[in-house]
Design a protein around this ligand. Structure first.
Ligand code: NAI
Ligand code: MG
Length: 368
């Protein structure tokens, strides 16, 4: 059997800086754990535009479609702000997500104990928090027709349409239930069935899928606005939350911030299974290209490193190795290692991007 393949797309700004640390970690797993990957690197975003005049070359897209997992850094930056909309760096990422049909966006909100005081909420509320928001990513109000700004009489009207088919709801619900079985076995589905027909159908389909194939998983339903309140009040009540594209956008950002810095947040976007049984998959930190700190060695590589941990778990079925990597991150944080974004008032000396990567490598080495 050939080694599983990873396509690395470092992108722009701090993307390449944090990806360098991930590449060191991938190499470590190859040497120390005999987990060999075929790694290929290519351009996306502004970097691709500079070379090819497009933020995603066809050849890159083809590589992504055939890779067992794609790892992306970040795209965009001030140098590209004046480009035409059609070739903006972000279009490269959007096209990748769309062509790969990545319908299930996994956004963990996990609070490492060492960073609990960094949250805007009380330590008790967030310490040990470990929830996963599953956001539907390919449909809903961001895509529904009709849309546009039209003229009605003498005023303008802005229109967007929330539209969900049964099969779109079913596939993301399945992905949430499967995920819950590997975690705390609980799913809370969020919509607004009280005021939206698409929410009524959402609740019906989730309930049907559950009864048919996932009765062993505990299922609850919540209106998304009530869910937002519960996320702030007592987030530890949740395990997996599944919701639509719009609510998921907002709820996952809110949940993520419970845990502190943008530099800590990974994500995965999964699609349908390929022939080898692995889902099409894109892993990326939640943060952007951070032009304000680019080239200064200040970027926190942990979000990107934890994205690779998600790849180990969800693309390569290496849950124990994913646990090992997450534990290494936890260890260095517990030992006081901090990049600049993780330092509040206390005046600790910050680690550089590469020093943080090296600290995690050392913790990995000590784990075997
Ligand atoms: P951003 O996430 O790049 O930065 C926001 C703030 O967080 C900045 O102060 C930055 O220094 C800090 N930050 C972000 N990641 C960090 C890390 N790993 N370590 C330490 N500090 C970190 O968002 P912003 O400034 O709104 O956007 C900058 C550019 O990135 C724009 O061109 C935007 O379009 C693009 N962007 C790209 C995304 C992607 O590739 N998925 C997502 C969000 C923005
Ligand atoms: Mg958002």
């Amino acid at each position: 059997m050939t080694n599983p393949s990873i396509l690395i797309l470092p992108g722009d700004g701090i993307g390449p800086e944090v990806m360098t640390e991930v590449e060191k970690i991938i190499a470590w797993f190859g040497e120390a754990r005999d987990l060999k990957f075929n790694v290929e690197t290519d351009l996306v975003g502004g970097a691709a535009y500079d070379k090819h005049g497009t933020p995603l070359a066809d050849s890159t897209l083809e590589k992504a479609m055939n890779a067992d997992a794609v790892l992306l850094g970040a795209v965009g930056g001030p140098a590209y702000d004046d480009l035409d909309f059609s070739v903006k760096p972000e279009r490269g990422l959007l096209k990748l997500r769309k062509e790969m049909d990545l319908f299930s966006n996994l956004r963990p909100a996990q609070c490492f104990d060492a960073l609990a005081d960094f949250s805007s909420l009380k330590r008790d509320v967030v310490a040990g928090l470990d929830i996963m928001i599953v956001r539907e990513l390919t449909s809903g109000i961001y895509f529904g027709e009709p849309r546009g700004i039209i003229k009605e009489g003498n005023e303008r009207v802005g229109i967007n349409t929330q539209r969900y088919t049964e099969s779109e709801i079913e596939r993301v619900a399945r992905s949430a239930f499967e995920l819950a079985r590997r975690r705390g076995n609980k799913v809370c589905s969020m919509e607004k069935a009280n005021v939206m027909e698409s929410g009524i159908l959402w609740r019906e389909v989730v309930t049907e899928v559950h009864a048919k194939d996932y009765a062993d998983v505990e299922l609850s339903h919540m209106y998304a606005d009530a869910g937002a309140m519960q996320l702030c009040r007592y987030p530890k009540q949740f395990d997996v939350i599944v919701t639509d594209n719009l609510f998921g956008d907002i709820l996952s950002d809110a949940a993520a911030m419970l845990t502190g810095s943008l530099g800590m947040l990974p994500s995965a976007s999964l699609g349908a299974p390929m022939e080898n049984g692995r889902p099409k998959a894109l892993y990326e930190p939640v943060h952007g290209s951070a032009p304000d700190i680019t080239g200064q060695g200040k970027a926190n590589p942990i979000a990107c490193i934890l994205s690779f941990a998600m790849a180990l778990r969800y693309s390569f079925d290496e849950g124990a190795e994913a646990d090992r990597l997450e534990a290494a991150v936890e260890t260095v944080l517990a030992n006081g290692a901090r990049t600049a974004d993780l330092i509040g008032e206390e005046g600790v000396e910050p680690l550089s991007t590469s020093a943080m990567g090296d600290a995690i490598l050392a913790a990995l080495a000590a784990s075997v």
